[in-house]
Design a protein around this ligand. Structure first.
Ligand code: NDP
Length: 329
């Protein structure tokens, strides 16, 4: 038997999440069985614990898009009992049962060995949100961003999971960081993570009036999308890049192509779900070296399985600050 957060769907289509005891034979097929030690909470988890957001295929469902733990059994040569592993992406926790359970069974291809220099706890403090922040920073660097640029690097949705970790990584690497937040109460928190400047959300909330504004930012990690991303594109310095990560402010992009044509601005798409193994390894090893771990501790709240229905609703309404670590084992 193992404990899990099980989401069931009533006949009237409403979902309900509660902790349940499940038989081992209910685990899905897969090559590797993992004793989960930690999971975490991401925006997508909020959707999968609650209304589903079109992500969950079948019910009953065990959410949890990330987990870290120890291999209990493996039919794949790459993993043996006792190995520490991490899983993010591959639609685990959405289309497949995920990490909100004491035991998970998955394809070996989806796992990565626990990155050197991180514990399973630290890996889940980082999770998909942090890995994605790292992938965004790598993409900006690959397009020429370097510390010492004249203009700051902008991080939108800065008090969220992606934004908090992006802020800490960029500041740790020596960039001047401008953090956009709609929550003035988080100014001190963001400053402690390394933000040099705070930009109020309202300043960037209005839709584009002029396709080009002053060149304010040398790069941007954008977790918000929507009208804010459109505004930011028009404020990028010549040749600057925006890593588009999220849609906390909406999926539409009410922009013009003028910043691409007249300023050579780049819009870089960041996907964490289907990143190939080597790209994941590279990003995790950069997390281990470039994310100041004391800053990581400052952004983490811990929870257990019964807390998740409440916290899932909180993350969907933008109330969660930083990262939520879920202690399982
Ligand atoms: P969080 O909810 O933790 O953070 C989102 C932040 O965005 C909030 O904390 C808030 O920051 C800001 N925000 C929320 N609503 C609005 C709004 N209406 N307008 C402007 N700002 C808003 O989520 P995560 O950090 O986990 O994820 C951020 C986004 O990135 C999500 O859309 C998520 O789906 C996406 N994502 C994408 C991945 C990928 O592979 N591309 C991987 C991981 C996440 P503040 O209060 O400081 O303004």
């Amino acid at each position: 038997m193992f404990q899990a957060l099980l989401v069931e769907k009533d006949d009237d289509g409403k979902t309900r999440a509660a902790v349940a005891q499940l038989d081992d034979d209910r685990l899905p097929p897969g090559d590797v069985t993992v004793r989960v030690e930690y999971s975490d909470l991401n925006y997508k988890d909020g959707l999968c614990i609650g209304p589903g957001g079109g992500l969950v295929r079948t019910y009953p469902h065990v959410p949890g898009i990330d987990f870290a733990g120890e291999v209990e059994a493996s039919s794949d040569d790459r993993y043996s009992p006792g190995d520490k592993v991490v899983l993010t992406g591959w639609r685990v926790g959405e289309a497949h049962w995920g990490g909100y359970a004491e035991r998970a069974r998955v394809k070996a291809d989806w796992l990565v060995p626990l990155p050197e220099g991180l514990t399973t706890r630290q890996a889940m403090c980082v999770g998909t949100a942090g890995l994605t922040a790292m992938l965004a920073v790598i993409a900006l660097e690959d397009h020429g961003l370097e510390p010492g640029t004249e203009k700051p690097v902008l991080v939108t949705g800065a008090s969220g999971g992606v934004g908090s970790i992006a802020t800490a990584i960029l500041a740790g690497l020596g960039y001047e960081v401008a953090a956009v937040t709609g929550r003035p109460e988080n100014v001190e928190y963001l400053t402690e993570l390394g933000a040099h400047r705070i930009v109020a959300r309202e300043e960037l909330a209005e839709t584009v009036k002029r396709p080009l504004e002053s060149e304010n930012w040398s790069g941007c990690v954008d977790a918000v999308g929507g009208a804010m991303l459109a505004r930011v594109l028009g404020q990028m310095a010549y040749g600057g890049s925006v890593a588009a990560v999220g849609l906390a402010g909406g999926p539409n992009l009410p922009a013009t192509v003028i910043p691409f044509l007249l300023r050579g601005v780049n819009l870089l798409g960041i996907d964490s779900v289907s990143q190939p193994f080597e790209a994941r390894r590279r990003a995790w090893s950069r997390v281990a070296t470039d994310l100041p771990l004391d800053k990581l501790e400052a952004m983490v709240e811990t929870a257990r399985l019964p807390d998740l229905p409440r916290l899932g609703a909180d993350i969907l309404s933008g109330k969660v600050r930083g990262r939520v670590l879920v202690e399982i084992g």
